[in-house]
Design a protein around this ligand. Sequence first.
Ligand code: NDP
Length: 450
Amino acid sequence: MEYTINHPYLNDLMQKVIAKNPSEPEFYQAVHEVLQSIEPILDQHPELIEKQILDRLVEPERQIMFRVAWVDDSGKIQVNRGFRVQFNSAIGPYKGGIRLHPSVNLGVLKFLGFEQVFKNSLTGLPMGGAKGGSDFDPKGKSDNEVMAFCQSFMRELYRHIGPDLDVPAGDIGTGAREVGFMFGQYKKIANEFTGVLTGKGLSFGGSLARTEATGYGLCYFTNCMLAKKGTSFEGKTVVVSGAGNVAIYATEKAQQLGAKVVALCDSTGYIYDKDGIKLDVVKDIKEVRRARISEYVKAVPTAEYHDGRKGIWTIPCDIALPCATQNELDLDDAKALVANGVKFVAEGANMPTTPEAIAYFQSNNIYYAPGKASNAGGVATSGLEMAQNSMRYSWTFEEVDAKLKGIMEGIFKAADETATKIGHEDNLVMGANIAGLLKVANAMLAQGCI
Ligand code: NDP
């Protein structure tokens, strides 16, 4: 892919990013999307260039890489690589998830950390952006091995994080089990009980509705998009990719709002249930047994399982919610979705749609929402968990859910109004990037040359 931009300054900055960060294509993709979309405001905001705000924004404040050695069940020492990218702390302590997946490398975490800066800003809560993780694969490991890894990971990470410094959370491969092991190790080493991680178990400081937050928030955001076009989830057919935390709770909320979700997938294949996904079956497979999605057809023989995940985008639907991973939906998938009648696409995952697919949606009048706006419900609720931990108090599920809904509606309003103001109505990519950026930029300006 060519990462060129018409504006000479932005293009020059983009080429510098590529030269300074070799072999990090996901990071280039994320930076390119943002730089390209802010061109319309450069004349009104000369300080972005004059004060080198953009040059500073694309350079992480700190990047930490470390060895994670641990002993597997056979007694053999395994070695993984751990990372924490502390991208920007202009508006609050660093905040962002920990991804455990074999595909993790510095470039992937830099793209995620960069996106997190804008996402966290959009929530309206005081959180800077970060991301961390490891190339460790929890799949197929025993609980004991996962614990050994998490403890070793935290034995290094603990010195770089803290409740007022950097507060990690879950992401792909990091759920309640992993957060619990990491929290226990941090507490032991630091000798303090603080809200240093979010996504914790409910009995030790976790927030009600955090598990549901990203998927529910995605549907609250999508609901705003639907309402703007005079419609709702009621009676709509929805395809959701993934079968993890985000996908499961997006399915749950879409169903509660009256839609029929007909498909889910994991990295090996997809299920199609024309009668509507039975979520209790999926939760048992994924949350209890940690098994493959193909198991679904054993419990629901009228459903279909297909090897390979790409076919999921050929299923006719009104709304597509990609909730698995980056670049999972490409131009061919976008063409298949449009040909089959999709009208709304909202991202639950981070950067799941390729740039070519986004352009195709936009040029075919499909209402599209970028993950940094539509999936911000997870980190927003993590922010609410931090607030509850600081107060030594906990809100009810209904209280947290109502705050989450209000935050998602606020993010939609900010992105929608910004897009309209710059003359690009319904371009939520531009709206989200610009609204997220200006708040961070103002804080950076006020804090001087840092
Ligand atoms: P999980 O680990 O719970 O689930 C990920 C799901 O996606 C699994 O079903 C996994 O299948 C599937 N998957 C992974 N890679 C692929 C692939 N290449 N093709 C198809 N399916 C794939 O992660 P989450 O649900 O937490 O995260 C999903 C996405 O949402 C990520 O992009 C994450 O960054 C983003 N996100 C998550 C938030 C959260 O609160 N959890 C907050 C905001 C964004 P398999 O089991 O086969 O690997």
